[in-house]
Design a protein around this ligand. Structure first.
Ligand SMILES: CC(C)(COP(=O)(O)OP(=O)(O)OC[C@H]1O[C@@H](n2cnc3c(N)ncnc32)[C@H](O)[C@@H]1OP(=O)(O)O)[C@@H](O)C(=O)NCCC(=O)NCCS
Length: 195
């Protein structure tokens, strides 16, 4: 399958690649009653080295914000949450959709991959972003493998371009890798922002 930068149809192609395994994971909007679960999972020693730590208030603000999405990940038909995903809708500022954070409790069993595929499918359908991207710690090889399996590719940026993405999401570490769905050349979008 050819790489088509910023072609939102490619996100559907990615999802169709994993469609047979996506059906057992669902996303539902996070509610305030879920925040104890979310904060505990985020702070769990298995996860804290890889993701930022927010207070309940910060999570509640993300739930309320029109340009943020906060999802609980569940297995279809099972009552208990197994993870969460936060995304920023940055289309109005020219930075597509950013997957801010994803955490699942049961790792390396494809749950995170299926949840992210669900999110891509939904974001593509409802937001039609020019691109979907995320940052990941260089040492987080498990997450990178998950992202690559879905079509995210690391894209080299100049320091100025990287700074634009950094500022668009309130920062990420100097060592973080930026990965864009289906690669592409985000500089095209970044450049248009700076003019
Ligand atoms: C990142 C995360 C959401 C991915 O979800 P997941 O359900 O574990 O992901 P998957 O099972 O689909 O894929 C993980 C892959 O990494 C592989 N893996 C596991 N440990 C690994 C390691 N140390 N090095 C490299 N690959 C590793 C798994 O075998 C699997 O690959 P495979 O299915 O091709 O064999 C989940 O691991 C998680 O919550 N991690 C802690 C928080 C975190 O890192 N969040 C992301 C921050 S950017």
């Amino acid at each position: 399958m050819a790489v088509r930068p910023f072609d939102v149809v490619s996100a559907f192609d990615v999802v169709s690649d994993v469609a047979t395994i996506v059906t057992d994971v669902v996303l539902r909007s996070t509610e305030h009653r879920d925040l104890a679960f979310v904060v505990a999972l985020e702070r769990h020693p298995d996860n804290a080295p890889f993701v930022g730590q927010w207070s309940r208030t910060e999570h509640a603000a993300a739930i309320a914000a029109a340009d943020r999405e906060h999802w609980i990940i569940e297995r279809a038909g099972a009552p208990d949450p197994v993870g969460f995903l936060i995304a920023y809708d940055l289309r109005a500022r020219g930075f597509g959709v950013h997957v801010k954070r994803i955490v699942v409790s049961d790792k390396s069993r494809g749950v995170g991959r299926r949840a992210l595929a669900r999110f891509i499918e939904r974001a593509t359908r409802h937001l039609a972003p020019p691109y979907i991207w995320l940052s990941v710690f260089a040492e987080n090889l498990r997450a990178q493998r998950c992202y690559r399996a879905l079509g995210f590719c690391e894209t080299p940026l100049t320091p100025d371009e990287r700074l634009m993405y950094h500022d668009a999401v309130g920062g990420f570490s100097n060592e973080s890798k930026l990965m864009f769905l289906r690669g592409g050349d985000p500089r095209r979008v970044a450049a248009s922002k700076s003019t």
